[in-house]
Design a protein around this ligand. Structure first.
Ligand code: MRU
Length: 355
């Protein structure tokens, strides 16, 4: 299967004695095995979100939306009253704190509970279709912007650095930053991709590289610590990443390591671009200081493949995300167009939620 046709999150109707399920590509098993996990309970879904079986802001948003249907089905089987159902839906909504998409999608679907399972599923399906369309629109806007703004594009295909995984696996399909990269490749305007391996769970080395390899897109995997040097040596024309939450002033939370890339791009004078659907823009959050950064288990950095690598006395510090100041974001690519954040064209209600 072409990786752009992947669907990380799909709903499976009940059949015979089996309960309806949320079918998730198990992103912890890639690239060695492409297998799906069928989740039938709220506990199972929360565990899958926390363990990064399903990950990436738009994908966990979709999982949260279908999660409301999952909770309703479990409520029916187990005889939960409405307060219990509401509490279980709240647990899904809070499974990870940084990506605003999870909260936005659960909140969008929740009012349909009173209308029944079919209405909830229809709204969750609509979220998925909208995300897919947004990603294709972002791909075109982002590729147009880069080809117009990067001087080297006049002479040769571009060398693009990316961080974490923002592809079909992280979204309803196609991808955000990786969607822009796919579009450049489809237009014959991409020379190569530098995919940062992405600590601590190697989302870049395992997932981005797998998606690129599936489509024969030339790429290198490099250590996160190599990114700044690669940029400062002039080997990169632009960096493009996704986002978990964009605050009203353009400050952007994304996978830990992103802010270092933005600083290196600023020093090198090359664009640092964020691609994110408007569902990731949180106008209720004023600045990056107000974004809750998920702190994960220190074991993820003290161990390697389940084997302790750091001394027994060491403590692990493992923030999953960091915040890049809006002043370092050259452009924010959304499905509605491109905002040049660093030069003062800040996201605003009319820009992002108007039209
Ligand atoms: O911890 P993860 O793998 O969920 O982090 C994902 C990222 O940081 C992505 O860059 C972001 O969610 C955008 S995905 C289109």
């Amino acid at each position: 299967m072409n990786s752009q046709d992947l669907r990380a999150v799909t709903w499976t109707e009940a059949e015979g004695d089996s309960a309806p399920a949320l079918s998730l590509i198990d992103q912890t098993a890639l690239p060695h095995t492409l297998e799906r996990l069928a989740v039938t309970t709220v506990d199972g879904l929360v565990d899958a979100i926390v363990r990064l079986v399903v990950r990436g802001a738009p994908a966990i948003g979709a999982a949260g939306a279908y999660g409301v249907a999952l909770a309703m089905a479990q409520a029916g089987r187990e005889g939960w009253d409405r307060p219990r159902l509401d509490a279980e839906v709240a647990r899904i909504r809070e499974a990870r704190p940084t990506a605003v998409n999870l909260m936005v999608c659960v909140d969008r679907v929740r009012p349909y509970i009173d209308k029944g399972l079919a209405a909830v599923l229809a709204e969750a399906d609509a979220i998925v279709q909208e995300d897919l369309a947004a990603n294709h629109a972002m791909g075109a806007h982002g590729a147009d912007w880069l080809l117009n703004r990067v001087p080297a594009a006049a002479d040769r295909p571009l060398r693009i650095l990316t961080h974490c995984n923002t592809g079909a696996l992280a979204t309803a399909g196609w991808g955000t930053a990786l969607g822009v990269i796919r579009e450049l490749h489809a237009r014959g305007r991409l020379e190569t991709v530098y995919a940062d391996e992405t600590r601590p769970l190697l989302q870049g080395a395992r997932l981005t590289a797998w998606e690129l390899a599936q489509e024969g897109i030339p790429h290198y995997v490099q250590a996160d610590g190599a990114a700044a040097g690669t940029i400062l040596r002039g080997e990169v024309d632009a960096a493009i990443v996704g986002a978990d939450r964009v605050a009203a002033n353009g400050d952007t939370a994304n996978k830990v390591g992103t802010v270092g890339i933005a600083l290196a791009c600023a020093h090198a004078g090359i664009p640092f671009v964020v691609a994110a659907p408007t569902t990731t823009v949180d106008l209720a959050t004023a600045t990056g200081d107000d974004i809750h950064i998920e702190l994960r288990s220190g074991d993820e950095v003290l161990e390697w493949a389940g084997v302790r690598t750091a001394p027994a006395a060491s403590r692990g510090y493992n923030p999953a995300f960091d915040v890049t100041p809006g002043s370092l974001v050259s452009a924010l690519v959304t499905e509605r167009g491109v905002l040049e954040v660093a030069t003062g064209e800040l996201p605003g209600t009319s820009d992002l939620h108007g039209v």
